[in-house]
Design a protein around this ligand. Sequence first.
Ligand SMILES: Nc1ncnc2c1ncn2[C@@H]1O[C@H](COP(=O)(O)OP(=O)(O)OP(=O)(O)O)[C@@H](O)[C@H]1O
Ligand SMILES: [Mg+2]
Length: 319
Amino acid sequence: MTTPHGRHSTPEPDASEPDAPAPDAPAPAVQETPPAQATARDLVKTYGSGDTQVRALDGVSVDFARGRLTAIMGPSGSGKSTLMHCMAGLDTPTSGTVTVDGEEVSAMSQRALTRLRRTRIGFVFQAYNLVPTLTAAENITLPLDIARTPVDREWFDAVVDAVGLRARLRHRPNALSGGEQQRVACARALVSRPSVVFADEPTGNLDSKSSREVLTFLRQSVDELGQTVVMVTHDPRAAAYAHRVLLLGDGRITADLDAPSPAQILAAVGAEDEEPAPVTGRYAAVPGPPTGPLAVIGAPSRARRARRTDDAAGTTGTP
Ligand SMILES: Nc1ncnc2c1ncn2[C@@H]1O[C@H](COP(=O)(O)OP(=O)(O)OP(=O)(O)O)[C@@H](O)[C@H]1O
Ligand SMILES: [Mg+2]
């Protein structure tokens, strides 16, 4: 099978069968890879020019399948947010193409992009980005209200029930917990029944209980509501909710894992690092932010460290 997934260095036993389940994984619910909902081809994004140029994406080709939850991991600065932004039409790639629903996002006018973002793309930010003066219900329907699109009550109810917020709909954000606020933000991203939802570290500000609530909802929105979700995370436990996990390193896809367990994710992430951290079973019991072996996931990549050194040299005038 020709792989649409870009570069592979998948540590699976048979790399010629990228869709084969891991040996100890349960049988996948989806037997065949469904058609792609969003694609990137040879995506390159550079920032700046000359000596200070940063190649945030260095030729990424990937298909995000319909009805699946994909997690994207990788060190800080590896290009995860840049990829999300280019896919969602929030940023323009330097070269390469992005399609959503078969339409080429990278070729769209500003007007078409605005329409695309309102109707076909949901985006969840790490910082929730709710409007403090609006209730939870008003925040959820805000994109539809701005677009003057009538709310599909049946779908709204399905989303609100899936997110478990029915009793909190009249509350304003400051009366909601972080997890509840992020679930409102997830519901807002889903209310227009988008083709695909991109979530950039949706659990980055949350404790482990709230993280579980948000992740459960994101997975449910895929399994029960048929949505397509692409999520960036630094946490292998969060990534383990996904059908598929991609690793990015220095702007490239370095691994593509099918329904991996947290231990397999940790092993793959460790293998990406120059000094692999020991993989232990302790992570499952460790609440809160990554420590020990998990810390490598947030560590700057080699190129990033080099760039930082260059930056420091530039600002201090060191030759
Ligand atoms: N607007 C910008 N101008 C210049 N450089 C940028 C800009 N946005 C991102 N970069 C650079 O591009 C590279 C990729 O950044 P990006 O934000 O995509 O990384 P990331 O993987 O999301 O990191 P993190 O895990 O820290 O969020 C980094 O080196 C970053 O400094
Ligand atoms: Mg980021």
